[in-house]
Design a binder for this molecule. Sequence first.
Ligand SMILES: Nc1ncnc2c1ncn2[C@@H]1O[C@H](COP(=O)(O)OP(=O)(O)OP(=O)(O)O)[C@@H](O)[C@H]1O
Ligand SMILES: [Mg+2]
Length: 207
Amino acid sequence: MKETKQKILYQGAEALIILKNKTIIKKRVKKSYRIKEIDEKIRKSRTKSESKLFQKASLVVQVPKIKKVDFEKKEIHMDFIKGKKLSEVLDSFKLEKQKKIFRKIGESVAKLHDHNIVHGDLTTSNMILFNENVFFIDFGLGFISSRIEDKAVDLHLLKEALEAKHFRQWKALFEEFLKGYSKSVNYEKVIEQLKKVEKRGRYKQQY
Ligand SMILES: Nc1ncnc2c1ncn2[C@@H]1O[C@H](COP(=O)(O)OP(=O)(O)OP(=O)(O)O)[C@@H](O)[C@H]1O
Ligand SMILES: [Mg+2]
């Protein structure tokens, strides 16, 4: 029998990312500090939740196609996106190109939010650029919510991630993101809430 090659691409806190042929396997690994039965339940429910979000998101934005979900093995099998992680390439592009990408990201996040999909971890490490298109990955912290607050926090986390990782041009990029995001039906409400979220953040830092 022909052996299929597989390679560990990434070992995160919770998951192992394996590349096998042209398939990415995101496998939630056992945590020995948890009681066995509870660990089993947690990994199963997170696998279920993330795969559901991938499916929902696939109707409105670009995400890797889910090929199979194995609840016993706690694995999500999806297409391997043969692009570059946005976090690794963004800074090397001319500002105009960076802005174009962020306007598109804004439009995509607006679509996700209009379908009540909150990503939960909007960083450039969770976006893959392939043929000028941004693919969203890692819905591990995502959830379904119609709350304006949850959507505002999603934007706040993106803003913080940009400030930390792409500090040279983060303001211009976030501005461009908002231009794209203004397509959301709740744009004004979310921005108003974002201001409140940020005030809260500053208050916390002071004391
Ligand atoms: N479909 C895919 N195609 C190409 N690369 C991928 C794909 N899925 C994941 N990767 C790579 O593996 C890395 C880790 O994946 P992911 O972000 O889903 O895991 P994680 O950050 O450990 O998840 P979690 O936040 O749930 O612990 C990504 O940053 C990316 O480089
Ligand atoms: Mg990730």
